[in-house]
Design a protein around this ligand. Structure first.
Ligand code: HSE
Length: 436
């Protein structure tokens, strides 16, 4: 059968991995797809690099717009990233009737509604397995494997850089800044690590999963996002004393009033499998009403793990080329006319448990003052430790875990606690999920 011709935009890490795996496993992939899949043109600004990676075994150009208009290209693979030229190229490819495979989470989270609507109009597919959790086939699982279920919630470690940093902080007892520097030296974290450490990358991926899980439109701008840059190693140690680990989780949950969409450091019981996901690995826990909890684990980044997802999409697109658009798996799992507009709940309305740490004067009545304020705001204490003051110190740390309560109750209580004269500095608050 005639090969499927692919135009590859961007031959960086993932592009290079895609080229290598497609060549190495060409026979196996052709047996699965029913016809060969070959990259016949690569566009990259760096033609020297493109020549080196491809060995000159396909056409090369520095004009990506020529590729999206090339009549010899059946599928465009977009691996440029970002929301600038990548968006223009993707819309142009769709307009030209090309199917698109992309790893671009930022673009889909911010402009997915526009892109999927355009693809729908043109009867083409935009496939994006590689955009979430790299090599883990989580989009396939959510959209197809779990299709019988009403999905209740998803909680994922979906950023490897931050999971590496948290693992090292816990394992070596090092502060955040020192571990970030190590992550940069090892090449895990970018020179500008903001998207990773401030939770933005995780929020992009979470937004995509949430839309698929609940058949909701993409609402990245309404996500609550808190990263790990202000996390103190002492909180990781205290959490361990209670039997918890701290992970940067992306959580999305369907509630009667709307959808929770939030990324933040989270205490989780150390007995949970997901609490033991260490280093740069990713894991996604999905709770469906029929299947219960399911866990997906693997490499969330890197050349060949991400290429694995890109090529899976290429094979999917190759297989469905002859299917009518109405008979294809819908982009967001639900039929386009069944996508709804569920509100995203403000973080103040989220109900969860909390870890609270406060620095207090070691004198009579302090605990009574604090517990009175918590009681006034309907916050029930689940566990508590008071750190014995160091020799000569007159202050100490009190650490509490609370039962579930609405976040605004905690906000109000913290304002009052911080006004007590016996409290020094701010109250540290970290959300806690039992993931049951
Ligand atoms: N920078 C991401 C991570 C990988 O650290 O997991 C690409 O999304």
């Amino acid at each position: 059968m005639n090969p499927i011709n692919v135009g590859l935009l961007g031959i960086g890490t993932v592009g290079g991995g895609t080229f290598a795996v497609l060549e190495r496993n060409a026979d196996e992939i052709a047996r699965r797809a029913g016809r060969p899949i070959r990259i016949n043109v690569v566009a990259d600004k760096n033609l020297e690099l493109a020549k080196k990676v491809t060995g000159g075994r396909c056409r090369l150009t520095d004009d990506a717009f020529a590729v999206v208009g090339d009549p010899d290209v059946d599928i465009v693979v977009e691996l440029i990233g970002g929301c600038g030229v990548a968006r223009e190229l993707m819309l142009k490819a769709i307009e030209n009737g090309k199917h698109v495979v992309t790893a671009n989470k930022a673009l889909l989270a911010n402009h997915g509604n526009e892109i999927f609507a355009a693809a729908q109009r043109q009867g083409v597919t935009v496939a994006f397995e590689a955009a979430v959790a790299g090599g883990i086939p989580i989009i396939k699982a959510l959209r197809e494997g779990l299709t019988a279920n009403r999905i209740e919630w998803i909680a994922g470690i979906i950023n490897g850089t931050t999971n590496f940093i948290l693992s090292e902080m816990r394992g070596k007892g090092l502060p955040f800044d020192a571990v970030l520097a190590e992550a940069q030296r090892l090449g895990y974290a970018e020179a500008d690590p903001t998207f990773d450490i401030e939770g933005i990358d995780a929020a992009h991926k979470l937004t995509i999963m949430s839309a698929i899980a609940f058949g909701n439109s993409m609402k990245f701008s309404e996500a609550y996002i808190e990263g790990i840059s202000r996390l103190d190693s002492s909180d990781i140690k205290y959490a361990e004393r209670f039997g918890y680990r701290i992970k940067l989780l992306g959580i999305t949950r369907r509630m009667p009033e709307g959808v929770e969409l939030r990324v933040h450091p989270t205490l989780i019981p150390d007995k949970r499998l997901i609490a033991n996901v260490e280093g740069a690995m990713n894991a996604v826990l999905v709770k469906g009403d029929a299947v219960g909890a399911t866990l997906y684990y693997g490499k969330g980044a890197g050349a060949e793990p991400t290429a694995s997802a890109v090529i899976a999409d290429l094979v999917d697109v190759a297989r469905m080329l002859t299917a009518d658009p109405e008979h294809r798996v819908p982009h967001l799992a639900f039929q386009p006319d069944a996508i709804v507009d569920l509100p995203i709940l403000p973080i103040a309305e989220v109900v969860t448990s909390y870890y609270l740490r406060m620095r207090v004067a070691d004198q009579p009545g302090v605990l009574a003052d604090i517990t009175r304020i918590l009681a006034d705001h309907q916050i029930s204490i689940d566990a508590m430790i008071q750190h014995e003051p160091d020799e000569g110190e007159e202050q100490t740390d009190i650490i509490m875990l609370t039962h579930q309560t609405r976040e605004k109750n905690v906000d109000d209580a913290i304002v009052r606690i911080e006004k007590l004269p016996v409290i020094t500095g701010s109250v540290v608050r970290i959300r806690l999920e039992r993931l049951l």
